[in-house]
Design a protein. Structure first.
Length: 343
């Protein structure tokens, strides 16, 4: 680098370099084209702001576990960060200290009125019930993912009370697009393929040694045909849904619901929406949310699942055939029947 670099520029360059690779003072001096004494003094100054560690060869680097770089954003970029932070605060159900701390630090870097809103959001997060165990799991998983370390996980799945112990290599942390869940994706010693674990269901997490992530791991390919974060093996199924004209179709067109989606207008003003999905079970809450404004065309198994739920829902509200053989509420029963073209 040029000797004409001023001190401010040199400190920024050193901070960036120390986050990428360990350097001795001599190596850093050669890299920047300055004296060893200058590097020493600058490094001491940087140590007032960031934490350094020393490797076995006596070289210095910034501790990645305790460092986050400063960023500069314009107003539109700041608003994007603000909206993401607000969503995180709204989906935090316990007194999560890392979330509150992130909100407070981001607030200090943004402008009004974003600053005030994030400070208030941080306070509300801390007012919730404390859960130190969940915070510990969150911090442990974050460190394992960022540093490439395996984990020993105590995990309780949603279905069943059995606890399983995983030796887990974390490849990816991913939020669900449809819920407030965060999921850990990677390789477990209990499975022959990449699996997904929900962070909230991890009871304990312990750091183990480093692992080498596979060179052929492709998160894009893994999630390309997922509805949320559940990938799959084999070929995805084509899901086709018919949306009623009016508000349902208008709302559908306002958002991109899946990368593989297609929309085809129908003669009545509605549309047929389709996408290739690995596991349509994940779609059930979304489809249910549209009520009678959507009709399942395919696959057959999805259609039959919704038909069964429609019948069960009708029965639970008393819309069923009485003992005399007369329908208690033919209009509602017929509505369900018409929705799925069945009697």
């Amino acid at each position: 680098m040029s000797r004409s670099m001023n001190k401010t520029e040199r400190l920024r360059a050193m901070e960036l370099l120390y986050t990428q690779h360990p350097y001795s003072d001599i190596e850093m001096a050669e890299r920047l084209g300055v004296t060893r004494t200058t590097v020493f003094r600058d490094r001491v100054e940087l140590e007032r702001e960031v934490v350094f560690i020393k490797d076995e060869e006596g070289r210095w680097m910034i501790d990645p576990a305790r460092y986050l770089s400063n960023i500069r954003v314009d107003l539109a970029e700041a608003l994007s960060l603000y909206l993401a932070a607000r969503r995180a605060s709204q989906q935090t159900r316990v007194a999560h200290v890392p979330v509150a701390g992130a909100l407070e630090k981001l607030a200090a870097a943004l402008r009004r009125p974003m600053t005030e809103r994030l400070v208030q959001a941080a306070a509300k997060v801390l007012e919730q019930k404390a859960d130190p165990q969940r915070t510990t799991v969150f911090e442990t998983v974050a460190r394992a993912w960022s540093e490439g370390l395996e984990l020993r996980l105590r995990y309780r799945a949603l279905h069943g009370d059995k606890v399983r112990m995983h030796r887990f290599a974390p490849y990816l942390l991913e939020p669900s697009p449809w819920t407030d869940g965060v999921y850990l994706i990677g390789q477990s010693d209990l499975a022959q393929r990449v699996i997904t674990l929900k962070l909230d269901r991890i009871e304990t997490a312990q750091l183990l040694g480093p692992f080498d992530p596979p060179g052929d791991f492709d998160e894009g390919a893994l999630l390309r045909h997922a509805w949320g974060i559940w990938g799959g093996e084999g070929e995805p199924e084509r899901v086709r849904l018919k949306f009623a004209p009016g508000l349902a179709t208008r709302r559908l067109r306002e958002s991109i619901w899946h990368p593989s989606e297609d929309m085809e207008e129908t003669s009545d003003g509605g549309c047929i929406w389709s996408a290739s999905i690995f596991d349509w079970q994940e779609m059930l809450p979304w489809i249910r949310g549209w009520g009678p404004q959507v009709k399942v065309l395919e696959p057959k198994a999805l259609r039959e699942t919704l038909m069964g739920e429609a019948r069960a829902l009708a029965i639970s509200y008393g819309w069923s055939v009485n003992r005399s053989g007369e329908r208690a509420a033919p209009s509602v029963a017929d509505t369900f029947a018409a929705l799925f073209d069945t009697e």
